[in-house]
Design a protein around this ligand. Sequence first.
Ligand code: HEC
Length: 160
Amino acid sequence: MTRPSMCLLAAAVATAACQSHEPQQAADPLAARADTVMAAAQVFDSTVFDTITWESPAKATERGSVVFTISCAKCHGSTGRGDGGFILNGDTLRPPSFLRKDWRFADDPIGLRRQIFTGNVAGMPYWGLVGLKYRDIDAVARFITEFLRTNYALEEPPAT
Ligand code: HEC
């Protein structure tokens, strides 16, 4: 058998195998499942962040701004207040605001990066497994702490 016909045969077998399987993709790829969140938590490696360097803090937040606008603002709102208005399975998501003075990640840079990487079952995507590199997670975490929290914190009503 010639090489090209073997390739065709292999492709036909692969296609048949694929057709006999259930679709792998969840109906809504953004709806995190507990097993996936756990899988992400297991591969998360906080030491990678020690190796990331930026030309300047401004370069990091500039990149973070792009990531935030594309991947986060639709749920978290353009300034991180949690007012993006994204509807998942019929419910409008209301993530906590990033701007509160007593925000739980205010002094926990690794915890913040871990949360972005792993997501959770309440609608937060597991970005570490679906498309954001450590460098982009670092950039967006910096954008939240060094730009959004610095520039918009005063607009937030006092914590109750
Ligand atoms: C599909 C909607 C959605 C998108 C897109 C999304 N998130 Fe979330 N995020 C959520 C929800 C919902 C929660 C709250 C989960 C909960 O109730 O615990 C959350 C929680 C978080 C938290 C924890 C906040 C806290 O105070 O506990 C962080 C940090 C976070 N998201 C960062 C991000 C970043 C950064 C991005 C973009 C890379 C992003 N999220 C994209 C829906 C989203």
